[in-house]
Design a binder for this molecule. Structure first.
Ligand code: FMN
Length: 335
């Protein structure tokens, strides 16, 4: 059981905030596979406080999508606190403060991952937000801004501010801000955090692409949970597979082609409700390329799906590669 404030989860794998991906459709698909805590993508504090961004379809909270976390970034403690309160009013169950985003336009303005250089301001934001909202509060950080000793010191100061400031969970991505998504996530620092703060609720992130990865990292790090990020795009099975392994069961069989098709179809249908074709079809391209990883003819599926512009062309591609798919055989062996 993983507890983040009053949120109780039986699966210690949280669906990461992924800007541009984790809309209601993706969140609901992940829930079908046993994921119990989902996130929307990152929001700017000002537009959240004024509720502008909350009107967008991808930030709506529907009744079946709970508990759900909302994530904000910014540099002004008062505006961050207002944004956090707006998220709670809007139906979010948990507020996450993002001190991790490495995207240039965010960092340039001192937000997201740039906060890893500003431990005093980070503490002021944590304290202000904590005093404003009663719901669970989490913090998403990186292992530092860069690899310098000053950065390492700031990392520990921010951890300290979180633990002392009543943050309910710290999500730690084992890359520095400057590393973006390159190189490897360093899980050693995560073990150090565990040793230093045995009571804190710690959630690890970085390079968790399969259920086996997740189970191994959970065991090695001693962390309370992890977040699945790139590994869950077009791969909601990662949640049910991890649950099976954690329960001591073998890895479930690969989803059949028709099982894959049914999930792809229902994901696409949900998207089309808010974003009709052709834009919904184009938006879905980034998902189908990942869903195709489970298909024996991955490259061909991707090629056909990416050249489909209309819904009818896309359906033809899905029919060809999923509904009517016959694996090629040569002397009884699948090619
Ligand atoms: C396309 C993309 C969008 C992301 N958006 C967010 C975001 O909005 N908020 C956030 O905290 N992290 C975001 N992340 C970072 C992930 O949550 C996660 O920490 C990171 O990808 C490392 O995990 P992984 O190596 O298992 O993918 C994003 C990552 C990717 C690849």
């Amino acid at each position: 059981m993983l507890k983040i404030g009053n949120i109780e989860l039986t699966l210690p794998v949280i669906a990461a905030p992924l800007s541009g991906y984790t809309d209601t459709a993706m969140r609901m698909i992940n829930r079908q596979f046993g994921c119990e805590l989902t996130f929307g993508g990152l929001m700017l504090d000002k537009s959240t406080a004024y509720r502008k961004v909350l009107q967008k379809p991808e930030y709506q909270v529907i009744e079946q999508d709970h508990p759900v976390g909302g994530q904000i970034c910014g540099t002004d403690p008062e505006v961050m606190a207002n944004a956090a309160a707006a998220l709670v009013d809007h139906g979010y169950d948990l507020v996450d403060l993002n001190f991790a985003c490495p995207v240039a336009k965010v960092v340039r303005r001192g937000r997201g991952g740039a906060m890893m250089k500003e431990p005093a301001l980070a503490k002021a934001i944590i304290d202000k937000v904590r005093s404003r909202i009663a719901c669970p509060l989490s913090l998403k950080i990186r292992r530092g801004y860069d690899d310098s000793p000053e950065s390492r010191l700031a990392f520990w100061q921010i951890c300290e501010a979180a633990v002392k400031g009543g943050v309910d969970a710290i999500f730690i991505h084992g890359r520095t801000t400057l590393q973006l998504y390159g190189g490897q996530s360093d899980w050693n620092i995560l073990r150090e955090v565990r040793e230093k703060y045995p009571q804190a609720v710690l959630i690890g992130s970085g390079d968790l692409m399969t259920a086996e990865n997740i189970v191994q990292r959970l065991a090695e790090s001693g962390f309370d949970g992890v977040i699945a990020a790139r590994g869950m795009i077009g791969n909601p099975w990662i949640f049910s597979e991890t649950r099976a392994l954690l329960n001591g069961q073998p890895l479930p069989a690969q989803p059949t082609i028709m099982e894959q098709y049914n999930i792809i179809r229902s994901h696409l249908e949900m998207i089309l409700q808010h974003s009709p074709a052709p834009s919904g079809v184009r938006y879905f391209r980034k998902f189908i390329t990942k869903y195709a990883r489970r298909h024996p003819q991955r490259k061909r599926v991707i090629l056909d799906a990416l050249t489909a512009d209309t819904l009818s062309e896309f359906n033809t591609a899905l029919d060809k590669w999923y509904v009517n798919y016959q694996p090629p055989y040569a002397g009884g062996t699948e090619l």
